[in-house]
Write a protein that binds this ligand. Structure first.
Ligand code: F0G
Length: 481
C-alpha cells in the first residue's frame, strides 16, 4: 500500500505492526573489510553477525505473520497421513484450483523431480528466462535451456511493464526447429528473477498457453513469486485494475499444466511444492518423491512449515501482502534514480537491482563488475546484496567464462523486514559509493567450484581496491560507521 502525503509525495506504508524483532548490528568499516576478505569477496560467504541489512535474498527471509507462527504450533508431525498435509492440500485447491499436491523441501527439489521425469538428453526447454537452479537441473538431465524473451527484457532502462514476457513468435520458431516431441514443456517464471524481478502479462501467459496447447506441449509455471506477478498485473495490465489478487492468481493457474514453486518467496516459509490437475503427471512424479524428498505427506518439509505454508498461500492473495515488497522496491529504485545511481527499470518484485555495467563502466565483464559492486556495497554500508552477473553463470565446456546478459547487484527486499529509514540509509551509502566508483576495480577467481560457482567461489580484488575503498570511507565518515 502507498499513501499520499499532504506535501504531494507518495510513500509506501506498512499495513502491519512489528511486534517481534531481531537485533541488528552495524560493524564498523574495518571489520567489514576484514569480513569480506575472509569471505573471498563473495557475499554468500559472509556471516550474518557481520551484516547490517541482509539483502542477499528474500528467500526464506520474509517476515512471517502471527497466523503463520500460530499455525506452526499445531502441526502434525506424523510421517504418513499428516493432517498438516491435508490443510496445505486444501489451501492449494482453494487458492490455485489444483487437485494433486506433491510437497518438496524447496523449489530446486521440484526442479530436480520435474527434470528427472520429463527432461531427457536431446530435449529443449523453452522459457521466458532461466533461474540458476532451473538451468543446472535441466542441463544435468541432458536438456537444453532456450530463453525466448522479448526485445525489452535485457534493457535495464526500459518502460516496458512486462519485460518477463515470452516472445510468442520465437516460441513458434523453436517448435518448428526442435519439433514438439523434443519439447517436454515450456516454462514460464513469474516475476522473472534474473532479469530484475520482471513480470509477464496475463495476455502473454494466455498466448503462450494457446500455442503450447496447439502442439500438445504442457505449460509449467514457476510460481515462486506468483503473488508479486499478480500484483503487477493488477497495477499495470488493462482490464485487471479491479480484479482481486486471488482472482488473478487463479486465472494464471488455469493456464498451467503443472505449477511448482519455492515456498520461500511468495508463501513466506521454507519449503516448496509441485501441484497439478493432471493425474498422469502426478503419478509419474510421485514414486520419486520418497526417494529424494520424503513421504508424500511432508516431502522433506518440516510439518511446521507445511502448516505455515497453508496460511501463507492464503495470505499472499491479500493486496497489501502481495504488494508490500513491490511498493518499497519502487520507492527504493525511485530514490536511487534521483541520486543518479543506475537501477533496473521498471522496478520489479523481490529486489532493487543496481546495474553494475553502468555503475562501474570501467570494469570489463571478464573482471566481474557485479561481483565487485556487491563487495563494494558491503564494504561501504554493511548491506549484503547478491551478484547476479557473470560470476553466477558457470563456464562452458571449453572452460571459458560465459558472459552474463546482465551484470546486476541485487538488493533483495524481503517482505515486511525493512523500513523506509533502512532504505534511506541504503540510498545514502550507494550514492556515496557511486561518487567513489573509480576506486572499485575488478575481481579474479582464487577458488572456483565447477557447478553454481557463485555459492562457494572465492575471489580477490585486483590491486587490493577493497582497502582503498575502506580508507576513503573512513576519511569521510570516521572509523565507527
Ligand atoms: N525458481 C525461482 C524463480 C527462484 O527465484 C528460486 C530461488 C528457485 C526457483 C529455487 O527455489 O531456492 O527454494 O530451491 N530463488 C532464490 C533467490 C534462491 O535468492 O532468488 P529454492
Amino acid at each position: 500500500m502507498s499513501v499520499k502525503l499532504s506535501n504531494g509525495k507518495t510513500i509506501p506504508i506498512e499495513m502491519h505492526k512489528v511486534r517481534i524483532v531481531q537485533k541488528a548490528r552495524l560493524a564498523p568499516v574495518h571489520d567489514r573489510l576484514r569480513a569480506i576478505e575472509e569471505g573471498g569477496y563473495n557475499t554468500f560467504l559472509l556471516r550474518t553477525r557481520d551484516v547490517f541489512m541482509d539483502m542477499l535474498t528474500d528467500s526464506g527471509t520474509n517476515a512471517m505473520s502471527d497466523n503463520q507462527l500460530a499455525a506452526m504450533m499445531v502441526s502434525d508431525d506424523a510421517y504418513a497421513g499428516s493432517e498438516s498435509f491435508y490443510k496445505l492440500a486444501d489451501a492449494v485447491r482453494e487458492v490455485f484450483g489444483l487437485e494433486y499436491l506433491l510437497p518438496v523441501h524447496q523449489g530446486r527439489a521440484a526442479e530436480h523431480l520435474l527434470s528427472k521425469v520429463f527432461v531427457k538428453p536431446g530435449h529443449a526447454v523453452p522459457m521466458n528466462y532461466h533461474f540458476t537452479t532451473t538451468k543446472a537441473h535441466f542441463e544435468l538431465a541432458g536438456g537444453k535451456v532456450l530463453e525466448i524473451f522479448g526485445e525489452e527484457a535485457l534493457n535495464t532502462q526500459s518502460t516496458d511493464p512486462f519485460k518477463g514476457n515470452l516472445d510468442p513468435a520465437k516460441f513458434e520458431a523453436v517448435i518448428r526447429e526442435w519439433g514438439a516431441e523434443r519439447i517436454p514443456f515450456v516454462r514460464m517464471e513469474a516475476t522473472t528473477n534474473l532479469i530484475g524481478g520482471q513480470p509477464f502479462s496475463m495476455a502473454n501467459l494466455r498466448g503462450v498457453k494457446e500455442i503450447a496447447s496447439q502442439h500438445g506441449i504442457p505449460l509449467v509455471l514457476d510460481a515462486s513469486l506468483i503473488s508479486e506477478n499478480a500484483y503487477f498485473i493488477h497495477k499495470r495490465e488493462a482490464g485487471y485494475a479491479t480484479a482481486s489478487i486471488r482472482g488473478i492468481i487463479r486465472e494464471m493457474m488455469s493456464y498451467a499444466d503443472i505449477c511448482y514453486l519455492s515456498g520461500r518467496k511468495s508463501c513466506s516459509v521454507r519449503g516448496g511444492l509441485i501441484a497439478t490437475n493432471n493425474k498422469q503427471y502426478f503419478e509419474a512424479i510421485r514414486p520419486w518423491l520418497p526417494v529424494y524428498e520424503g513421504f508424500l505427506t511432508y516431502g522433506g518439509m518440516s510439518a511446521k512449515e507445511v502448516e505455515a505454508m497453508a496460511v501463507g498461500i492464503r495470505e499472499m492473495t491479500e493486496l497489501e501482502v502481495a504488494g508490500s515488497s513491490a511498493d518499497l522496491i519502487e520507492y527504493f529504485a525511485g530514490r536511487l534514480l534521483e541520486s543518479g545511481v543506475p537501477v533496473v527499470t521498471p522496478p520489479g518484485g523481490l529486489a532493487c537491482h543496481v546495474d553494475a555495467t553502468r555503475f562501474l563502466p570501467h570494469i570489463p565483464q571478464a573482471e566481474y563488475p557485479a561481483g565487485a559492486l556487491a563487495a563494494a556495497i558491503y564494504i561501504s554500508s554493511g548491506i549484503r546484496s547478491m551478484e547476479r552477473g557473470t560470476v553466477s553463470s558457470d563456464r562452458d565446456e571449453a572452460g571459458n567464462d560465459v558472459l552474463s546478459d546482465l551484470e546486476l547487484a541485487r538488493l533483495a527486499v524481503p517482505r515486511r523486514v525493512y523500513t523506509i529509514s533502512h532504505v534511506e540509509y541504503a540510498v545514502d551509502r550507494l550514492t556515496w559509493l557511486h561518487a567513489h566508483r573509480e576506486l572499485v576495480k575488478g575481481l579474479t577467481f582464487v577458488e572456483e567450484p565447477p557447478v553454481l560457482r557463485f555459492f562457494f567461489g572465492r575471489l580477490q580484488p585486483i590491486a587490493n581496491w577493497g582497502a582503498d575503498l575502506a580508507a576513503a570511507f573512513e576519511a569521510d565518515f570516521g572509523p565507527d560507521c
